[in-house]
Design a protein around this ligand. Structure first.
Ligand code: FAD
Length: 420
């Protein structure tokens, strides 16, 4: 059996962030990174550009072999975690190797959740989460002229835009009443939907797919409205679920994801979890929830690594504050924190500024004097600063008017005073 001091499962944002934290204080401790993927690390967020051909797989590496050599990292790709034996502090990989660890980080992320649509398993479909998914989808475009995308979340919207840009006729089917719920409210989503329509995407919002079947080389989906859509390609982007199958029936506590405390430690000594796989405290509710966004994966990975190395500078994880910047057809949408006041207490102050002609939109949500969320389309505010204001619950009362008329400068000023 092979031995390593630190074993990290996964090689994406959470894993690499933990690696950084560990190497800050321990440059020599043996460190092994094992990942299911057969590629050097990349961000899943670039995959739509691989699909369209705008980016090439070899150009989007987050780290390369030289980095691993310099940082004394033993990088094993194409060999995911298969089983975990917590009594023996060891894991078995899909390639049959066995590794014993002193400290283990589970950063295995999330994988597409496939909805139980009758007929779907017999129908050819694509998903988009890994580099191989993107490369396969890119190859399929050679003969595809039309696509139906199930799901109007971030992944489906990114993919749809990149498909239409290479000349594929696209229909998005979203069962909820708006696209991008959780990131933007219904009004902002309308602006985004309209832009997609103007760019030739067919939008079937509020429609549920009730059946799927093969149609020649392609697929046919049936909607609850009775309509049927046929397409050369079917892309299923209906959500993701944490990858935890290797923990089945074991003692590591899971719910939707792996349950962790505010240092990303699981209930088992010497095992941590971070990123999309983890179920950590939610900033707003205090309950534990799975996240699914990149900044949270980076932050959780950073804290997990610090905890693994006993870094005295560690601060507990305060909970994730969503931060998304979303570009679509040359427009820029940003959402920080909560974007829908319906998810907040009734006395939340809502400040809305919409200019349909110029296609600008800005919404600020304030509760108990603090910023709870800010979202905008084609408006100018610094998402990093806004993120800090929410996270640090900075009191806006004394400067509220200035903040509402100029969030960026007022936010910067406030933060510079906080940091001083
Ligand atoms: C198309 C797309 C667009 C996105 N856009 C945005 C966006 O705009 N903003 C945003 O905040 N987020 C976005 N996301 C989500 C974001 O990519 C994730 O939140 C982030 O990648 C999570 O990082 P992670 O390290 O937790 O997991 P992942 O990135 O999911 O990585 C998991 C890692 O674990 C490995 N792995 C899986 N199973 C095993 C196993 N059994 N053993 C070992 N290794 C394993 C994988 O190979 C991979 O290296 C997007 C995702 C996609 C797919």
């Amino acid at each position: 059996m092979e031995q390593t001091k630190y074993l990290i499962a996964g090689c994406s944002h959470a894993a690499l962030s933990a690696l950084n934290s560990i190497r800050m204080l321990d440059q020599d401790g043996s460190l092994t990174l094992v990942t299911k993927d057969d590629h050097l690390p990349y961000s899943p967020t670039v995959l739509p550009y691989i699909v369209s051909g705008q980016s090439k797989p070899e150009k989007v590496k987050l780290r390369d072999d030289e980095f691993f050599a310099q940082n004394k990292v033993n990088f094993i790709s194409g060999a995911g975690l298969s089983t975990l034996d917590v009594d023996n502090n060891s894991v078995t990989l899909q390639n049959g190797q066995e590794w014993q660890y002193e400290k283990l980080l589970l950063a295995t992320g999330a994988a597409p959740a496939i909805p139980p649509i009758p007929g779907l398993t017999d129908t050819p479909y694509h998903v988009l989460r890994t580099m191989d998914d993107a490369v396969n989808l890119h190859a399929a475009l050679e003969s595809a002229k039309s696509a139906v995308v199930l799901g109007g979340g971030l992944i489906g919207m990114h993919a749809a835009e990149n498909l239409i840009k290479v000349g594929v006729q696209v229909t998005i089917v979203e069962m909820r009443p708006q696209v991008l719920p959780g990131y933007f409210d219904a009004e902002a989503a309308k602006i985004i939907e309209q832009t997609f329509i103007e760019n030739g995407v067919a939008m079937r919002i509020g429609n549920t797919v009730v059946g799927a079947a093969p149609d020649g080389e392609g697929a046919k989906v049936s909607l609850d409205s009775g309509d049927e859509i046929t397409a050369d390609l079917l892309l299923v982007c209906t959500g993701v679920a944490p990858v935890i199958s290797y923990l089945e029936d074991g003692p590591v506590e899971t719910d939707q994801g792996i349950l962790v405390n505010d240092c990303m430690a699981t209930n088992i000594a010497n095992i941590w979890a971070a990123g999309d796989v983890a179920q950590a405290v939610n900033f707003y509710s205090g309950e534990k929830s799975v996240g699914g966004i990149l900044p949270a994966a980076v932050e959780q990975g950073r804290i997990a690594g610090m905890s693994m190395i006993n870094d005295p500078a560690i601060n507990p994880y305060p909970g994730g504050v969503p931060l998304n910047t979303y570009g679509f057809f040359g427009n820029q949408a940003i959402s920080v924190g909560v974007s829908d006041e319906n998810a907040l207490p009734k006395d939340t102050e809502v400040l809305l500024n919409v200019n349909e002609e110029e296609m600008t939109y800005q919404k600020i949500l304030i509760g108990e004097g603090c910023l709870l969320g800010i979202s905008g389309i084609n408006t100018d505010f610094d998402p990093g600063i806004m993120w800090q204001l929410v996270l640090q619950r900075v009191d806006l009362e004394p400067v509220k008017e200035e903040f509402l008329s100029n969030p960026t400068d007022t936010g910067r000023d406030l933060m510079s005073r906080t940091w001083r």
